[in-house]
Every structure is written in structure tokens, then in C-alpha cells.
Write a protein that binds this ligand. Structure first.
Ligand code: ADP
Length: 517
């Protein structure tokens, strides 16, 4: 942790980007975390401690099977409401908010009218599969290799490009208006920046841009060839900036004063920053509804041979740092299924006691492919299954099998990363599930790696606050930020190699079985 005196020195000398902040004990940063199911605002002090939090959920819209939308006005109104609540609460405690950072659900796509700021369609959410046909057609043209080479991504409806094309082709007159420069596209960060600045700024950061499938991660620019492939007019795209940069100031009428927006980053990359994974080989995994593993690969964009994503971890001072990313679709959601679907637990935390009751998994494996399998399999049609049931199988075996499955899936991702040439030496974890100590210990055993759980678990919001703090001059560099990171718990592997090998054999057999089913 930095001493205040040192930070004050930095601040006193700092007149960065034309702004001078007078740093005091009460200096604070507002982090806006616009997620898939809720909007959150957290105010941090300069020691990365939480001063105030506000959160509001908003409705998910499912117009058809496989379609997922958000009402842009719900995204906007909940964001403004939580910011107001968090600012009021922090200021009542004497905090002085000098800047804001934004982190957001990635890939979710909005198109709006530049004049009125009114969206021309609901936001199409990252999970939405309606553009599978567009992707299949492109696949048929044999361009996946080219797309993967330029973007680091796979040809999949998950990413924004096909969603933009869908909106432009399905909303009457949209394509013609886009060609005339009347419409703007943005991921959620861009939409919020536009609204927060009263339409003054149309910009995104490199991490969000890297998830659109239109951004060339090697040149660091929108790619004409990709725009042609997906049939997207250049005129609708935002300006791409560093993650720590000037994104304008909030309209005074919103929060009673203008707050400079100085940091922007997609949610998983933001958690990577919040976890201070700044060196090549540093890796974090976030266990919420799904699980997201992000590995810093430094200045090398490593092409994956195992269907992992190559993506931008962050861009600072024009310099891109890359990452390999793997996602698991069902992690905490499988725990929710035990609670809400089967009714065999009352609280998510019951799973820890149940798992501990058993001395082994008794040969029971659960593959939680409720919505298909993510990386490295990318099998949307796979479905979940339980193996090894006997008459004495009960809630404990099922709870344990769910937790174990999250750890095995992480192992599959780390194996894929290893085959791609990266061999991390420890894993930093966060997200709601890692409150489960049994899970963290088992994860460490299965990975045969130390697992560290940080003191500040709000790593996603913290990353955005750090970026804004960096731009404001509260931190001199990532080294200052890394010095803030503290482990709350440390887990070291103690499992025999033979046991691990046997368990993994059982898991691999189970995954193979569901893929053949
Ligand atoms: P998200 O941000 O995706 O909504 P969170 O990071 O808030 O998710 O994590 C919530 C998830 O963690 C839920 O799916 C819940 O079932 C799971 N969870 C919470 N506590 C525990 C626990 N002690 N053991 C296992 N899973 C847990």
C-alpha cells in the first residue's frame, strides 16, 4: 500500500492532461460497474477501500428462444440511480469524488440516433444467439481463420459485429441512416459515456473495441476488411482510446457537478487490473454465474490452437498488453440450480458443508453444460449430465460434483493455455463462489497451483477505479497499484498426483460422454 505522503508528492507535482487534483485523505473515485443483471456504483478511497456501494437489478428481456435483450433506458436509469446513491452516501462520509471509471458487460450492442440519443432497438446482449446464421454464412465463406487472425476471436454470435449488422438490416431505414452518418454504435461503455457527457463524446476503450470483431488487435485500429465482411459502415463506430484516458466530463445536471471520466475497461479485463495481473503469466479467474479466466501475455498476442480467445488486456499510453481468455458458461449458475431447480440446498454456502461431509466424490461427476460448453470445447449443443449415481447418492454428492466441475473446467482452460505455451505459477480468484473455502482448496489441488483470494473482492469495479486513478495521477504506474494488492487467503496444493490424475480421468470421460450423446 502506498503511503499518503508519497501519493501527495505525486499529486503535488502532477498536472497531468491539463488537470490538477488536490489530493487529500478524502479523495475518492467513482467506479460504475454496468453488468448483465444489475448496475452498480462503488466509491473507493485511494487505498482501494470501499466507501459506498449502490446496486440495482434490471429486467432481462427474452423475446424468443435464444434471444436476450436489455432496455437501454433501464441500463441508463439504473446506472444514474446507483451513481446518485453511491455519490450521496460517500459524500455524507466526507468523500470528495475527483474522477469516474466505467466497466461494463462486454459485447452487448446498442445503436442510437446521434441527434436525439434515442436507441433504435433494444440492446442485444452478449448471450444472444440470433445472429448464428450470419456467422454460419461467413463460416461457409471460409473466413474464420482471417477473422481469428485479425481479432483474436472466433466467428460466433457472442461478439458485436453480427449484432450490429442485424440491427442495421432489421430496423427499417437503419442502414441508410447509418450510411448518412445519423446513427452511432456502441457497446455499453460507449452508450454510457455518450449519455453521461450529454452526447459530447463518442468513444470506447481498446478492450471493449477488441470484443466487437471489427477491431484489429495487432494494428490497434478498426479494420476495413472486417467492416467489409460484416457489412458495417465506418461512420457509426466510436473513437478508440486508452483504458486510462480523457473521456469527457459528466453533464452537471446529472450529479450536481461535472465528474471527469478517466478510465474505461470491459468487465473481465477490469477484474484483471483489479487483481493486479500486470506481468506476463499473471492470471485471474472470476467465479460468478459463469467463470472467466484471463491470462496476461504481455506484448505478445498469442494465437490459440485450442479455441481460447486472444484479446486486449489493456492499453495504456498507446501500448497494448494482450491476454488469453477462456470462459466457462456454468459455474455459480449450477449452484443456483441445486438451490432453485432441485431444492436440495437452501443457501449457496450450504454446498461447502455438504462437500466437506464426504471423504471423496464417490465416483459422481456432473458436467454442467446447461447452456452448452464454453472454451476450449465451444459446443453450444452439449447438454448437462450426471454420471456415477448409486442408491446412496444424495445432496452431498451432487453439491460436491457441482463444485468439483467448476474446478475441472478451470483445469481444462489452464491445460489449453499450457498447450498454447503459457504456464502460470499461481491463480488469483474472485467472484461470489470463492467465498467457498472448500472450492478454493480443491481448485488449488486440481490445478496443482497456489490459489490466492484477495482482500478486496470487488475486483471488477476496482479495476475501473484504478484506471481512473492512474489517469488522475493518484497512481504513478501499475507498480503503485500492484503494491495495493493484498491476499486475504492463500491455498496451496496438497493432493497426491495419483489422486489428481484419477479424478481428472473421470472428468474427461464424463465430458467425452456428453459430447457423444
Ligand atoms: P454475478 O456477478 O455473475 O452475478 P457473483 O460474483 O455475485 O455473480 O456470484 C454469485 C454466484 O456465486 C451465485 O451463482 C452463487 O450461487 C454463487 N455462490 C455464492 N456463494 C457461494 C458459496 N459459498 N459457495 C458456492 N457458490 C456460491
Amino acid at each position: 500500500m502506498l503511503t499518503l505522503t508519497r501519493r501527495q508528492c505525486i499529486m503535488n507535482d502532477s498536472k497531468r492532461w491539463g488537470r490538477t487534483f488536490n489530493m487529500t485523505d478524502s479523495t475518492a473515485i467513482l467506479a460504475i460497474d454496468q453488468g448483465t443483471t444489475s448496475s452498480r456504483a462503488i466509491v473507493f478511497n485511494t487505498n482501494a477501500e470501499i466507501i459506498a456501494v449502490a446496486q440495482q437489478e434490471f429486467p432481462q428481456i427474452y423475446p424468443q428462444s435464444g434471444w436476450v435483450e436489455h432496455d437501454p433506458e433501464a441500463i441508463w436509469s439504473t446506472t444514474v440511480a446507483v451513481c446518485r446513491a453511491a455519490i450521496a452516501s460517500a459524500e455524507a462520509k466526507g468523500a470528495r469524488i475527483i474522477a469516474a471509471g466505467i466497466t461494463n458487460q462486454r459485447e452487448t450492442t446498442l445503436v442510437w440516433d446521434r441527434k436525439t440519443g434515442a436507441p433504435i432497438h433494444n440492446a442485444i446482449v452478449w448471450q444472444d444467439r440470433r445472429t448464428a446464421d450470419i456467422c454460419r454464412t461467413l463460416h461457409g465463406q471460409g473466413v474464420e481463420g482471417e477473422v481469428q487472425h485479425r481479432t483474436g476471436l472466433l466467428l460466433d454470435p457472442y461478439f458485436s459485429a453480427s449484432k450490429i449488422a442485424w440491427i442495421l438490416d432489421r430496423v427499417e431505414g437503419a442502414r441508410a441512416r447509418a450510411e448518412k452518418g445519423e446513427l452511432a454504435f456502441g457497446t455499453v461503455d460507449t452508450f454510457l459515456i455518450w449519455r453521461l457527457t450529454g452526447g459530447a463524446v463518442h468513444a470506447t476503450d481498446a478492450t471493449n473495441a477488441s470484443r466487437t470483431s471489427l477491431f484489429n488487435i495487432h494494428t490497434g485500429a478498426w479494420d476495413e476488411e472486417l467492416l467489409r465482411l460484416f457489412n458495417i459502415p465506418r461512420s457509426i463506430l466510436p473513437d478508440v482510446r486508452d483504458c486510462a484516458a480523457d473521456y469527457g466530463v459528466t453533464d452537471e445536471t446529472l450529479f450536481g457537478k461535472a465528474i471527469p471520466i478517466l478510465g474505461v475497461c470491459g468487465d473481465q479485463q477490469s477484474a484483471t487490473i483489479g487483481q493486479a495481473c500486470f506481468q506476463p503469466g499473471d492470471i485471474k479467474s472470476t467465479y460468478g454465474t459463469g467463470a472467466f479466466v484471463v491470462l496476461n501475455t504481455g506484448d505478445q498476442a498469442i494465437p490459440s490452437k485450442n479455441r481460447l480467445l486472444t484479446t486486449i488486456a489493456y492499453q495504456i499510453n498507446g501500448k497494448i498488453t494482450y491476454a488469453l481468455e477462456g470462459s466457462v458458461f456454468s459455474a455459480g449458475s449450477a449452484i443456483q440450480w441445486l438451490r432453485d431447480g432441485l431444492g436440495i440446498i437452501e443457501h449457496a454456502s450450504d454446498t461447502e458443508r455438504l462437500a466437506r461431509e464426504l471423504s471423496s466424490n464417490n465416483g459422481v461427476y456432473l458436467v454442467p453444460a446447461f447452456t452448452g460448453l464454453g472454451a476450449p470445447h465451444w459446443d453450444p449443443d452439449a447438454r448437462a449430465a450426471i454420471f456415477g449415481l448409486t442408491r446412496d447418492t444424495g445432496p452431498a454428492e451432487l453439491a460436491r460434483a457441482v463444485i468439483e466441475s467448476v474446478c475441472y473446467q478451470t483445469k481444462d482452460l489452464l491445460n489449453a493455455m499450457k498447450e498454447d505455451g503459457m504456464n502460470p505459477s499461481a491463480l488469483r480468484v474472485d467472484g461470489g463462489m470463492v467465498a467457498n473455502n472448500w472450492m478454493c482448496a480443491f481448485l488449488s489441488d486440481i490445478l496443482a497451483l497456489p490459489v490466492d483470494r484477495p482482500k478486496v473482492m470487488e475486483t471488477t469495479a476496482l479495476g475501473a477505479a484504478y484506471l481512473a486513478g492512474l489517469q488522475a495521477g493518484l497512481y504513478e504506474s501499475f507498480d503503485d497499484i500492484a503494491a495495493n494488492w493484498r491476499a486475504e487467503a492463500h491455498f496451496t496444493p496438497s493432493m497426491q498426483d495419483e489422486t489428481r490424475t484419477d479424478l481428472l480421468k473421470g472428468w474427461t470421460r464424463a465430458v467425452k460422454a456428453i459430447r457423444r450423446f
